[in-house]
Design a protein around this ligand. Structure first.
Ligand code: HEM
Length: 217
């Protein structure tokens, strides 16, 4: 298979910063449209929806990095942390939009929603689970936690599944968009389950010379 053109090493750092800038662009643009009265319909709901959808997209992109490397040999591992953190910031903004703009900080209504509306309970659980991942998304934590770090970060599969389920439950009728996100998350979770077996099978087929170690990444 012809190799995928790779970025010169000196551009690795700037490309990660570019990803952060591009990554925040949908939120900044939607905020600008909302602030200038140009979001259609209920602007708060539109903004909340957009932040939720982008959170889910970034979660899925984070999970897709490993299968892309395994299956087509493109190593975008350097972007995984940025994508995961973008997902976290979008969920946080989605939550803040809900609490501040939608519920206008009515604490009791928010608590009742979290306790009584299953889709909000699931969304909240996903946000809570994302916090330890965001806090440990740095080199210091990776060094300090060692193997434990990988175990903690496997939670991202649970979080993505919860996010997709929350999305499907938030709407009255589950349509193709919700189905697509549920399907993508299911495929990525399934890949995680069969990955080691697949890599071992491929290594054995390739023979001892071309074999590569199976990593946890
Ligand atoms: C991983 C975490 C989360 C993801 C990926 C996510 C994603 C989404 C998405 C995509 C929607 C759009 C549904 C639609 O209107 O079509 C949505 C709706 C909603 N989310 Fe979340 N969400 C998450 C966490 C939360 C949290 C923590 C809360 C609040 C505690 C929350 C509250 C809501 C509410 C109230 C709606 C419905 C908005 C409406 O009435 O249209 N979500 N979420």
């Amino acid at each position: 298979m012809p190799g995928f053109p790779s970025l010169p090493k000196r551009l690795h750092g700037p490309s990660i910063w570019a990803l952060y800038i591009l990554g925040f662009a949908p939120a900044i643009w939607a905020f600008y449209l909302g602030a200038t009265g140009r979001l259609p319909g209920n602007a708060v709901k539109e903004f909340e929806h957009l932040l939720g959808i982008w959170a889910l997209r970034y979660l899925i992109a984070t999970l897709a990095i490993t299968p892309i490397r395994d299956l087509i040999g493109v190593n975008w591992l350097r972007y995984r942390r940025a994508l995961g953190l973008l997902a976290f910031y979008y969920v946080l903004m989605h939550f803040l939009t809900y609490t501040v703009l939608d519920q206008t900080l009515r604490l009791s209504a928010i608590l009742v929603d979290i306790a009584r509306r299953p889709f909000i309970t699931i969304g909240m659980a996903a946000l809570v689970l994302l916090i330890p991942l965001a806090v440990t998304s740095n080199n210091w934590s990776i060094r300090r936690l060692g193997q434990k770090w990988s175990h903690i970060h496997r939670l991202v599969y649970v979080i993505a599944a919860a996010g997709a389920l929350h999305f499907a439950m938030a709407v009255k009728v589950v349509g193709p968009e919700q189905m697509l996100y549920l399907f993508l998350v299911a495929v990525l979770v399934a890949w995680r389950a069969v990955r080691r077996r697949f890599l071992r099978w491929r290594r054995e087929r390739a023979g001892p010379v071309r074999s590569q170690p199976i990593t946890n990444q």
